[in-house]
Structure formats: structure tokens, C-alpha cells
Design a protein around this ligand. Structure first.
Ligand SMILES: Nc1ncnc2c1ncn2[C@@H]1O[C@H](COP(=O)(O)OP(=O)(O)OP(=O)(O)O)[C@@H](O)[C@H]1O
Length: 533
């Protein structure tokens, strides 16, 4: 049979030349009819619903293209159509991809918010990185070197604490950060680990990261913690001491991480001993303390000296007043705010009590009585001045308890020894001023006694936070006299917010705007100072 001839005419001789024009007309009509029929049929059999998923649409278009290709009529029309359909397919694929991405993003957002709810993590800011499910994610998601995870394991850290879950990914994602989390909740690791991860290896390119701490003791402790976490990597981690400033040409000193108090660092900057223009990370630990009036100039000079435009700054504290946040925002870019639990509250694992002692003499009696009944060392006692610290030490040193004292009149070495002895359990009771109220991590302090009423709610939170650390329980006893009653309500609010019982009469007191409360108190000494035993 001749190619293209109809089956009906098989065996019949047909003069095609003679009937050429009719054939052409007939064929043309038939083509169109066929096509219309086919399309009509397709539309009626498969009416497209108003809302169809992108993939069903695509399938239909694919079917349409394949049927047209089999029919083989009008090559130009169908190839043009195929191009249009191909473009539509491409668009569909893109839409498909976008919708999948959107769904994935929604699922991620849901999972993030479930995790945040579980750990009482509150964040504000755009595109905040997901909280960590485990430390293992540091390696699977962020490519963390194995030494760091080994160090966590060696230190017995199995799970990240809530602040670590959120602040670490925020910092690793290159964002600046305000972080407020309870005392003893692992903030140090939360800012040191991302720093170590980002710095990757030791270098001799000058200072690359700076951590500022309000006191020498805290700076020394943070240096030790940094070194423990960096074990296995050869980072140069330096505590800025007077000796170091005197002895070394700091500009040539290999130093990846420099830890200092603001005063020491700003004086080294002033003497042009230090170049901080390459600093990539700046952490202000106990940031609200650093932003207090006395330190603000020094902080300002450090912030200015860290002039690298891509620097990442972060602020960490257990207390973060709005005024400090406002001030800090002026120097930070697009910072993420991470709050664990409620801002400015005490650690919930501390059992807090208020004790009316009547007078100064009453306080000493109450203290001796409580030690006679039950002394559960280590115990930390806070007083409001170094003079009072010395007086209380004089009273207690012959009481057959291993007591020691720390205040600003001791030399750096003496202070270090006192802290070491207390850590080692050689002393049971340590009398202190607020110099060690912040950040100091004495592992298992069982009880904090506020012998003198604290001068602010923040001071209260930090003082009692020396116990009940890393999930342990602790006890806090606050003595008060008539002089302190007007300020009781402020402390009672902190107690109530962390779930402690407070007598209703205290909650009914008028709330005072807190001024620094350091009333002049009668001497603690029961004997004149010059009478030697
Ligand atoms: N993931 C973890 N698991 C268990 N313990 C941890 C973990 N991270 C840190 N710690 C331990 O918790 C204790 C408190 O940590 P850290 O001193 O960093 O607290 P902090 O939040 O800075 O407290 P503060 O507000 O008083 O300065 C330390 O002894 C530390 O070793």
C-alpha cells in the first residue's frame, strides 16, 4: 500500500493528480477536525479543576504533549506548542520547588519553636538560626572539629544547656547577639565554643578575639575555661595581666584570644601597646556591669579600638536591664536577642529565704546560731564593703570554722590564693564583697548568705547565683534589718518570680524605685578593733 493512503481505498487505483485540490481541501479540514475533536475530547474527559496541584497540571501537560507528538499533524504548530508547554513545565517545576522549600521552611520553623518552647528559649530578630538539638549537630551542621566535642565529653557535658542551644548557632551564623540566661547556666561555653570554631586554628596574626570581664578573678576563671575547651588545639589564649603588659611587646605576641578587664585593656590601648584592629569577635561578659557608669569610658575605648568592620559582638549576662540593651543596640548590627526563661530572674534551683535579724548584733547571733545548728560548707557570705568584710572575718576567725576573706585590699596573688583554697575545700566559709558576686563558678556552694542586704536586685541575683549552678540545688539566706525593709519588696519580687514563697505582708509593701542601697551600718565588731586576742 502506498504510504499515506487510506485503508478504505486499498486495492483501488486512484488518480491523485486529478483530485489533488480536493485531497488537499479534504485533508486540511480533516486535520482541523481531528485536532479540535482531540482537544475537545481531552478537555471534556479531563476537566481541569479550579485548583489543581502543580504536579497534576504538569502531568496533564506532559500527556498533551505526548498525544500531539503521536498524531504528528502540523509539525510547526505542535513544536511551538511544545515550547510553550515546556516553558510552563519549567515554571511549574520552579513553583513546585518553591512550594517544597516553603513547606520545608515551615516544618523547620515549627520544629524550632517546639524546641524553643521546651527549653524556655525566647528569641527576637530576623532569620534566627535553629536551636541545637544536641552537641552532635555542631559537627553535622557546622563542621565542628572533633577536639571540641571530645573536650565537652571529657568535661562531662552531655547536652547543651538552653542558652548554649540557641546562642551558639546564632553566633556561628555570623550574627551579633544579646544573651540573658540565669546564673550558672553555661554562658561561658556558649560564647567560647563558637569563637573557637570560627577561629579554627592558632595564628600569629595578632589579637583575633577579645573577652571582657568586669573583675580580675572572673577574667582568670574565663581564661582557664577557654583553655580547657580549646585543649587539643594550639590556640594562644592569654590573660592580660600587669606583668604581661610590662614584659612583652604585645604587638608581636601571638594571641588568638585575649581576656581582660576593661581597665587593663583600655590602659594597654592607651599606651599603644596593643593593636585590636583585626579582632573578629568581641564578647562583653556580665555586660550590664560593664555598661555601668564607672566602666563605660573604658568599654568605649575598647569598642573603638576593635575597628574591624566585620567584627561580631555579643553581650552575655544573667541580668540585662532595658537601659543597657538600648545603649548596646547603638553599637550592634542586626543583633539577635536570646532570653532564657524570664529576663532578670534568679536561678530556680535555689531555695531563697528572708530572715529578720533586727540589728547588726542580731545578724552575728543569727549567723553563729545557724552555723552551730548546721554548717553545710562551702558557704559564701556577702557583705557590703571591704571594711565590713574584714570586721566579720575578725569575728569569725576564732570560731573553729575554716573561714577566709576576699576583698579589693588584697594583692592579686592573695586573692588568687583565697579563691583557690575555697575551690579546693581548704576553707569552708568565704566572706566576700561584691567583687566575686558575678560569674565566679565555685562548683558546689551549698549556701549563700547575704549578711548585708544587697544594693540592687541585680546584685541579689548574681550573689545568690554562686550556688545552685549547672542544675544543682542551692540555698540563699538574706538577713534584713529595719533599715532594709523599704527595699524588701524588690527582692521579694525576684523571689516570687523564681517560685519561692514570700510572706504576703512583704508583697503588699510599696514598691520603691531602687537607689543603690548601702545604708551606713553599725560596726560588726563586738570588741574594739585594737583589742588583740
Ligand atoms: N552543657 C553543660 N552541661 C553541664 N554542665 C555545664 C554545661 N555547660 C557548662 N557547664 C558547667 O556549668 C557551670 C556554670 O557555667 P558558667 O560559669 O558558664 O555559668 P554562667 O551562666 O556564666 O553563670 P554566671 O551568670 O554566674 O556567670 C560550670 O561549672 C560549667 O562547667
Amino acid at each position: 500500500m502506498e504510504k499515506g493512503a487510506s485503508f478504505l481505498f486499498a486495492g483501488t487505483k486512484f488518480n491523485k493528480k486529478k483530485f489533488a485540490s480536493e485531497i488537499a481541501r479534504f485533508k486540511e479540514k480533516k486535520d482541523t477536525e481531528n485536532k479540535v475533536d482531540y482537544l475537545n475530547m481531552f478537555e471534556s474527559v479531563n476537566p481541569e479543576p479550579e485548583e489543581v496541584t502543580v504536579s497534576t497540571k504538569k502531568r496533564k501537560r506532559k500527556q498533551a504533549v505526548s498525544v500531539e507528538a503521536v498524531e504528528g499533524f502540523n509539525v510547526f504548530t505542535s513544536s511551538k506548542k511544545a515550547t510553550v508547554v515546556n516553558e510552563e513545565n519549567k515554571k511549574d517545576e520552579e513553583e513546585d520547588k518553591l512550594s517544597k522549600e516553603k513547606k520545608k521552611a515551615n516544618r523547620k520553623m515549627e520544629a524550632d519553636s517546639i524546641l524553643r518552647k521546651k527549653y524556655n528559649i525566647h528569641v527576637s530578630g530576623n532569620n534566627v538560626a535553629s536551636p541545637l538539638k544536641s552537641f552532635a549537630e555542631l559537627s553535622s551542621v557546622y563542621g565542628c572539629d572533633s577536639y571540641l566535642l571530645l573536650n565537652f565529653a571529657e568535661l562531662g557535658f552531655k547536652e547543651p544547656t538552653p542558652i548554649q542551644r540557641q546562642a551558639i548557632p546564632v553566633l556561628l551564623s555570623g550574627r551579633e547577639c544579646f544573651a540573658c540566661a540565669p546564673t550558672g547556666s553555661g554562658k561561658t561555653l556558649a560564647f567560647v565554643s563558637p569563637m573557637l570554631m570560627k577561629l579554627k586554628h592558632a595564628s600569629t596574626d595578632g589579637v583575633r578575639a577579645v573577652i571582657l570581664c568586669p573583675t580580675r578573678e572572673l577574667a582568670a576563671q574565663t581564661t582557664r575555661e577557654c583553655k580547657k575547651l580549646a585543649k587539643g588545639n594550639k590556640f594562644h589564649i592569654k590573660l592580660l595581666t600587669k606583668k604581661l603588659i610590662r614584659s612583652a611587646d604585645l604587638s608581636k605576641l601571638p594571641c588568638d584570644i585575649l581576656i581582660s578587664t576593661p581597665l587593663r585593656l583600655s590602659s594597654a590601648i592607651k599606651k599603644r601597646k596593643l593593636d585590636l584592629s583585626r579582632v573578629e569577635y568581641l564578647v562583653l561578659d556580665e555586660s550590664d556591669k560593664l555598661f555601668e557608669l564607672g566602666l563605660i569610658k573604658q568599654i568605649d575605648s575598647v569598642v573603638k579600638a576593635c575597628s574591624n568592620p566585620s567584627i561580631i559582638r555579643s553581650l552575655f549576662s544573667a541580668t540585662l536591664p532595658d537601659s543597657v540593651e538600648e545603649l548596646a543596640r547603638t553599637i550592634m548590627h542586626d543583633a539577635v536577642r536570646v532570653i532564657i526563661g524570664r529576663k532578670n530572674t534568679a536561678c530556680e534551683s535555689i531555695n531563697q529565704k528572708l530572715v529578720f535579724a533586727g540589728s547588726e548584733e542580731g545578724k552575728l547571733l543569727a549567723l553563729r546560731q545557724s552555723f552551730a545548728e548546721r554548717l553545710n560548707p562551702p558557704v559564701l557570705i556577702f557583705v557590703q564593703s571591704k571594711e565590713r568584710a574584714k570586721e566579720l572575718y575578725e569575728e569569725l576567725k576564732f570560731d573553729n570554722i575554716r573561714v577566709s576573706v576576699i576583698h579589693a585590699d588584697l594583692s592579686e596573688a592573695q586573692r588568687e590564693n583565697v579563691v583557690d583554697d575555697f575551690r579546693a575545700g581548704k576553707t569552708w566559709v568565704l566572706i566576700a564583697t561584691d567583687v566575686i558576686a558575678r560569674g565566679m563558678d565555685f562548683k558546689a556552694v551549698n549556701c549563700v548568705i547575704n549578711y548585708d542586704f544587697p544594693d540592687s536586685a541585680a546584685a541579689y541575683i548574681h550573689r545568690i547565683g554562686r550556688s545552685g549552678r549547672a542544675g544543682r540545688t542551692g540555698e540563699a539566706i538574706t538577713f534584713y534589718t529595719e533599715d532594709d525593709v523599704p527595699y524588701l519588696r524588690n527582692i521579694a519580687n525576684v523571689m516570687a518570680a523564681s517560685g519561692c514563697e514570700v510572706p504576703s505582708w512583704i508583697m503588699n509593701l510599696r514598691k520603691l524605685r531602687w537607689k543603690k542601697h548601702r545604708p551606713k551600718r553599725e560596726s560588726i565588731l563586738t570588741k574594739p578593733n585594737d583589742v588583740k586576742d
